[in-house]
Design a protein around this ligand. Structure first.
Ligand SMILES: Nc1ncnc2c1ncn2[C@@H]1O[C@H](COP(=O)(O)OP(=O)(O)OP(=O)(O)O)[C@@H](O)[C@H]1O
Length: 560
């Protein structure tokens, strides 16, 4: 077990029930939250039978906090006093139990996929029309409006399609993911229900406050106003596309909380990595990081930038560097991170050509139950009938027995897994191959397994690797070509910051001057505008990188 720092102890012992914890990547916020929960329970701030509600944004984040908590709380206390949920799970639970207070049927169909997207596909709508429609519906549901109010709002010129979709949804008696928080908020507006939840949950913990939407914050406030501990880091706010408003939320919780604990000593990264992350600080708005123990990092760590003529050459080079790193430190983890799965494909190809084992984070890493369901579905899969089916997602739902699963988190996992199957089948992967790519219960192994890991920036959030290689630092890729407003550009810088700050010993950035399009046509690419910023950290070039690797004392590195 780790020895808590003064800041972490302060967080554990803070007497006020509301608390704001602000710290950049790798400073031990998750650890601090586990200590905080232990403090709240053991001091008797939250007394039996009251529970502590912990909200997270992904299954991996949930597993992460659960693992840390296991170090501090006995199993019985974990079971009886802790509830960990994501916002959709919380909203679904509120809806099933209390929909009657807002005059709705609690048995309406809960969301189990992108219903709007599927409908749009059926109707043959193009990408842009569908995206505009989804945005319109999402925006109309970000306030606590009743169905009738949403309907009224959409009765204006330009909203005809959205209105038709909304009416179809109501007619079919189903909810979308946008409806869940809207209705949860309406339900919580009733004091009888809110009082029940306030009595049930003595305190609330929000990990990653920068990912909250204002709507989610209002839900948290209804249950835990002045009794919530928020932890996060503005520089890791990369969910603007999902409605997160980091600055707005930060201002609100800063006003709510009586006490604020800020710290910036990284326990994760070497000085060389931190210099790169700090060099982006002007763009991301993050506090500058210092190393908790700078002398302990062999050679101060590694930071490098490599330029390549083509994406194929880049793929080869990255394969060789990754292979060299794991050969020298077999217990280490190398994370190869790209903005998108597609931009990573040359590295993937180079690794496969050399028969080098790697973990692909977008493989079907499924919990035991979901994996069993998917594998059994694919064993006796009728591909002919599937290919002939007009609605393939519905076919998959039926084939997997989706409706027999009641537990919301089980439904969510299966829905994700079915979408994953759908994508692969659409790409022509055979059911047998898809089955072969299912990894049972590997999700936690991924988080700790040594070797080479391939992922994207968003997936890697909250994780750490000994070495991080960022692929494709080109204009249009990172920053993404769709980022046009100042806010969107800031978010792109934050995506790079999140990628780099996963690294312990070293970070390597790479780009290619020519990258083929999906159709195979070469296209020249200019370097990412972020290079100008990180250059201030004086990273090595590829020659310097090779020298560093050749000269370093790998016994010392491997044991740090
Ligand atoms: N007091 C401590 N002493 C030594 N190591 C620590 C301490 N606290 C945390 N760590 C280690 O530092 C690393 C980062 O911790 P943690 O994941 O809690 O940081 P974080 O602030 O939540 O990071 P991120 O914002 O990137 O998710 C982990 O490996 C953790 O075990």
């Amino acid at each position: 077990m780790i020895r808590p720092t003064t800041s972490q102890l302060k967080i554990r012992d803070a007497a006020a029930r509301d608390l704001l914890v602000v710290a950049p990547a790798g400073c031990g916020k998750t650890e601090a939250l586990a200590l905080r929960i232990q403090g709240l329970l053991h001091r008797g701030d939250v007394t039996s039978p009251q529970k502590i509600l912990i909200t997270t944004f992904s299954n991996r984040a949930r597993d992460n906090i659960r693992d840390r908590l296991n170090e501090y709380l006995p199993i019985s206390e974990m079971r009886e006093r802790i509830a960990i949920t994501n916002f959709h799970g919380l909203a679904a639970r509120l809806f099933r139990a209390h929909a009657n207070v807002i005059g709705l049927d609690p048995d309406l169909i809960l969301p189990d996929g992108d219903w709007v997207g599927a409908q749009a596909r059926d109707k043959g709508l193009d990408f842009n029309t569908t995206a505009a429609l989804q945005k319109m519906l999402r925006l109309s549901k970000q306030e606590p409006r009743t169905d009738a109010e949403v309907d009224a709002l959409l009765q204006k010129p330009g909203c005809e399609k959205a209105l038709a979709f909304e009416r179809l949804r109501v007619e079919q008696g189903r909810l979308t993911y946008d409806d869940l928080p809207r209705l949860a908020e309406l339900i919580l507006a009733h004091d009888v229900v809110a009082d029940l939840y306030r009595a049930h949950f003595g305190a609330v913990i929000v990990d990653e406050f920068q990912d909250l939407t204002p709507q989610q914050l209002r839900i948290v406030n209804r249950i835990g106003y002045k009794r919530t501990t928020y932890a996060g880091d503005l520089a890791q706010g990369i969910y603007g596309f999902a409605g997160a408003k980091p600055n707005e939320v930060y201002a609100a919780i800063r006003a709510e909380c009586t006490e604020v604990v800020e710290f910036s000593e990284s326990h994760r990264s070497s000085p060389a990595v931190l210099a790169m992350v700090n060099a982006l600080g002007g763009l991301t708005g993050g506090n500058a990081l210092t190393s908790a123990d700078p002398e302990s990092w062999p050679n101060g760590g590694l930071a490098a930038i490599a330029h390549h003529r083509t994406a194929e050459a880049e793929g080869e080079w990255i394969m060789k560097v990754a292979r060299a790193l794991v050969a020298r430190a077999p217990g280490h983890r190398v994370g190869i991170i790209a903005r998108t799965v597609g931009r990573r494909r040359f590295v993937e190809g180079a690794l496969e050509a050399e028969d080098i084992h790697f973990f692909r984070w977008d493989d079907g890493i499924l919990d035991t139950d979901t994996a069993r369901t998917i594998k059994s579905m694919l064993t006796s899969f009728d591909l002919k009938r599937y290919l002939a089916a007009p609605d393939k997602m519905t076919f998959l739902y039926d084939a997997s027995g989706f409706d027999s699963i009641i537990d919301p988190s089980g439904r969510e996992s299966l829905r994700d897994a079915l979408t994953w199957c759908y994508d692969l089948l659409r790409d022509g992967v055979t059911p047998q191959e898809v089955r072969g790519r299912v990894r049972v219960g590997d999700a936690t192994t991924l988080v700790s397994a040594p070797g080479i890991h391939l992922l994207t920036g968003h997936v890697g959030k909250g994780q750490q690797f000994d070495w991080v290689i960022v692929v494709g630092l080109e204009d249009g890729v990172l920053p993404d070509f769709r980022a046009t407003t100042a806010e969107e550009k800031t978010e792109e810088a934050r995506v790079l910051s999140v990628m780099m700050s996963r690294a312990r010993h070293g970070v390597i950035l790479s780009r290619a001057a020519s990258v083929p399009t999906n159709a195979g046509r070469p296209m020249s690419r200019t370097p990412s505008s972020f290079f100008g910023q990180v250059a201030a950290a004086r990273p090595l070039d590829s020659k310097g990188l090779v020298e560093w690797i050749t000269q370093a004392d790998w016994n010392v590195i491997a044991s740090r």
